[in-house]
Design a protein around this ligand. Structure first.
Ligand code: SAM
Ligand code: SF4
Length: 362
């Protein structure tokens, strides 16, 4: 495919893509993909210290003045939805519940309409701490779905893994989200070798009993460097083998599309009444980059085309320098045009990105 020459908005070094006559464009790239799903990181801070994500002492947090204000975040989401074809917005972090204005940002997002007059779908990825008391405000703001992270049901192991003794709070959050009708409540679990492999079947049982959809995520090289080794990680195949000791698994009929999880219909081998769906996200061993439809906005206003990007395009200084919506949309479209075909984890020259997962937004 011929690559059109990138135009410049007059700000040296920032590739841009022209918009159509109506001031809109789609976030397409040179590999034929179109981004429809925006991940917005609302803070790099967190109240847990999961060992695979952060060191015990935390990280050097972004100074407040470098983080986007509520007004700036809402402006960029509005541009993404009304000009750039974004159809789903997921709020993440760090821990997004630490952003006090989360409900306001979600309400502003759900008030938007796409150029086809549709409401955008909104979702939240959270560790669940403090979720029950925020749920009335979040549902009033129009939040559609929630993913809650939980890697073990063993209290001591949870405390060791997250460095905080908060398992009961997370379990309460899952029940509260199910009761609030945020269907389907999804639970994210990262399985690590020698840490929580024994939790695979109990986590699946727990979620099926509550009607929550469990998503196992292969651990990715995004946290402290010593915590991930390609040869030692627990693979999707190993997770499925464990699951098959307790469940019959058949591939779900629903087409996968650009969703990262391969979804299975599960039914208990002994407990036949236990049935539902379980997903496995094999980001490392079976990358789905060819179907990726994501674009990311970091807390400090950078566009990332991929979790693993080694470069990013900052919109913060453009906004603060008075750029118009059209200019910002052109720069965003220009950044996405250059999206690489894949994350390259298996390439011999692979380098982990400098930003940790919590600062990118998982
Ligand atoms: N704090 C929120 C949470 O934990 O749900 C949102 C941010 S967290 C970075 C988003 C998701 O990324 C969580 O489900 C977490 O388990 C996952 N995650 C973090 N580090 C990871 C890694 N190295 N590999 C795979 N998943 C990871
Ligand atoms: Fe915090 Fe989420 Fe990272 Fe755990 S995975 S330390 S909850 S940002």
């Amino acid at each position: 495919m011929p690559v059109p020459r990138e135009r410049d908005t007059g700000r040296a070094g920032t590739p841009t893509r022209p918009l159509g006559a109506d001031g809109t464009a789609e976030l397409v790239d040179t590999h034929g993909r179109t981004a429809r799903d925006l991940r917005v990181s609302l803070t790099d801070r967190c109240n847990l210290r999961c060992t695979y994500c952060m060191p015990a002492e935390g990280l050097e947090w972004l100074p407040t003045e470098l983080s986007l204000t509520d007004e700036e975040v809402i402006r960029l989401i509005t541009i993404a939805v009304t000009r750039l074809g974004i159809r789903q917005v997921r709020f993440t972090g760090g821990e997004p519940l630490l952003r006090k204005s989360l409900e306001d940002i979600i309400a502003a997002t759900t008030a938007l309409r796409t150029d086809e007059g549709e409401k955008v779908a909104t979702a939240l990825t959270t560790n669940g701490l403090g979720l029950p008391r925020r749920l009335p405000g979040l549902t009033k703001a129009g939040l559609d779905r929630v993913n809650i992270s939980l890697d073990t049901l063993d209290r001591a192991r949870y405390a060791e893994l997250t460095r905080r003794d908060r398992l009961p709070d997370v379990l309460e959050a899952i029940d509260a989200a199910v009761a609030a009708g945020l269907h389907p409540v999804k639970v994210n679990s990262v399985i690590m070798p020698g840490v929580n492999e024994a939790d695979i079947v109990p986590l699946a049982t727990y979620c099926l009993e509550r009607g929550a959809q469990l998503r196992f995520i292969e651990q990715m090289p995004l946290g402290p460097r010593e915590k991930w080794q390609r040869g030692a990680m627990v693979t999707a195949e190993e997770i499925l083998a464990q699951l098959r000791t307790a469940f019959e698994l058949t591939p779900a009929e629903e087409p996968r599309g650009s969703a990262p999880a391969a979804v299975w219909d599960a039914r208990g081998v002994d407990k036949r009444e236990l049935a539902g769906s379980i997903g496995v996200i094999a980001s490392v061993t079976r990358p789905f980059c060819g179907d990726c439809d994501r674009t990311r906005l970091t807390t400090d206003g950078a566009i990332r085309t991929c979790l693993f990007s080694r470069s990013e395009t900052s919109l913060r200084e453009l906004i603060r320098g008075g750029a118009s919506d059209e200019e910002l949309a052109q720069v965003w479209a220009g950044a996405m045009w250059g999206k690489l075909p894949g994350h390259g984890i298996d390439d011999p020259g692979f380098l982990q990105p400098d930003r940790p997962m919590s600062a990118i937004g998982g």
